[in-house]
Design a binder for this molecule. Structure first.
Ligand SMILES: Cc1ncc(COP(=O)(O)O)c(C=O)c1O
Length: 441
């Protein structure tokens, strides 16, 4: 589409301005390349020509290596709902930095955080902590396989569920006919999907019904994001999640909501808003208050497969699992993450999406998202699944993201954003103005 050409033709100019603004980051990126392959140890923070290296953060801002204060609009991938260095979280963590931060024994803090999570998730009676969302998904798959005695995990095309082989299929791209997708490897190094993974198109209940029925006897779990982040913060169509619940009941498949991101949408997570009860829920990000975390929660009967003394019990360990620093930070964060706070931030999210829609009116864009999440999508067509997501002009989004970084706003390279309670309204307004200037030339 010709509209996008204008900004794309400015790529060299935008990049050279970025280089001029970030010489210290450029030096760090060059040093990193001498010790880290490709200069990186984390794919998601890479960007061309180099990422901004960060020196610190406070509230709604981070400061980069060149002493630029950036308005943070992604908060380490939605992990910091209260913003950076929140004093309540810092105070909860501080004692453990002087009293010891990791023990070969549990602390009571894991009970407190578990109680807090279970209070919020009516679908869950038990929880097990992990060190990341990826590990939570790995554990959910293992538990579901053990509980059902079936081998296959079904997932949706376009969904990212972490950096693990069985879910690293059809993440950024689809393959095969749209109504009979074929798993597409999302990384090198995979050894195959046969007998382990089934891929379904998001938001198509008829196809899900057909494919799940065909493979029902071998499917242990159906993994679904209640808001599909990588696809473009795509929302499930009305009735989609409830329809999946029915299909799983019919075929004896465990329904797993991956709420690693979507838990922030409501006090009871996205499941509370949708009114649908999953068998298992995977969590991460904000429940650790900015420290490494994950969790898998669900019915006691299912999590019982991890209990000692059972034949064929599912084992699950982790040196830092349940560590007091993360548990204390998570509890302090959730204590401040009250229904009132959540609904105020969601209202601010609604305001941002509305303002962006007005700024982009008449132009070939979609503004997606829910709650405190938003995304600008460079496509004239609404995104409902992976295939429509691929119609978005990823190159335009990436250049726009760099141009916005030049203006002092940090989002993903695909223009995902999120708010924290520390985000200033004035910063949001300046961001919307910057977007308006970008698209109106
Ligand atoms: C929906 C979802 N599941 C799982 C993960 C993996 O979490 P982590 O990066 O903590 O391993 C992510 C990470 O972005 C995610 O968005």
């Amino acid at each position: 589409m010709s509209f996008y050409v204008t900004l794309k033709s400015r790529r060299a100019e935008i990049e050279s301005r970025y280089r001029a603004l970030t010489p210290a980051s450029a030096r760090l990126a060059a040093a990193a390349a001498e010790v880290l392959p490709g200069g990186s140890t984390r794919d998601t923070v890479q960007r061309h020509p180099h990422p901004p290296y960060v020196r610190g953060g406070s509230g709604g801002h981070v400061v980069d290596a060149d002493d630029r204060a950036l308005v943070d609009l992604w908060f380490n991938a939605t992990t910091l709902p209260l913003g950076h260095a929140d004093p309540r979280v810092a105070a909860a963590v501080a004692p453990w930095l002087t009293h010891g931060s990791a023990f070969y024994a549990p602390t009571g803090l894991e009970i407190d955080l578990a109680r807090e999570i279970l209070r919020r998730l009516p679908s869950a009676e038990r929880v097990r902590f992990t060190n990341s969302g990826t590990e939570a998904v790995m554990l959910a798959a293992r538990v579901a396989r053990a509980f059902t005695g079936r081998p296959v995990v079904a997932k949706f095309e376009g969904s990212y569920h972490g950096s693990w082989d069985d879910v690293a299929w059809s993440v950024g791209s689809g393959d095969g006919p749209p109504d009979a997708p074929v798993p597409a490897p999302a990384t090198g190094g995979l050894t195959g999907h046969a007998g382990r993974v089934l891929v379904l198109p998001y938001n198509d209940l008829d196809v899900a019904a057909r494919l799940l029925a065909r493979h029902a006897q071998s499917i242990a779990a159906l993994l679904v994001e209640p808001i599909a982040n990588r696809m473009g913060l795509v929302q499930p169509k009305p009735g989609f999640l409830a329809g999946l619940r029915d299909l799983c009941d019919r075929h004896g498949i465990l329904l797993v909501f991956d709420e690693v991101i979507s838990f922030r949408l409501g006090y009871h997570g996205a499941q509370g808003l949708a009114g649908v009860t999953p068998d298992l829920t995977t969590l991460g990000k904000l429940i650790g208050g900015g420290f490494p975390v994950g969790a898998m929660a669900g019915r006691a009967e299912i999590l019982a497969v991890t209990e000692p003394g059972r034949p064929d019990r599912v084992s699950h360990a982790g040196t830092f699992t349940g560590n007091p620093v993360t548990m204390a930070a998570g509890k302090a964060t959730l204590d401040a993450w009250t229904p009132d706070v959540i609904s105020r931030l969601n209202a601010e999210g609604e305001r941002v999406r509305g303002a962006l829609r007005r700024a982009l009116a008449g132009l070939p864009f979609q503004v997606s998202g829910a709650g405190s999440l938003f995304k600008i999508c460079a496509t004239p067509r609404p995104i409902v699944d992976q295939r429509t997501s691929e119609e978005a002009d990823a190159e335009w989004e990436e250049i726009a993201s760099l141009a916005l970084l030049n203006e002092g706003f940090l989002l993903t390279t695909r223009l995902h954003g999120c708010l924290s309670t520390a985000t200033a309204e004035a910063d949001v307004d300046r961001f919307v103005d910057a977007v308006a200037r970008l698209v109106r030339g």
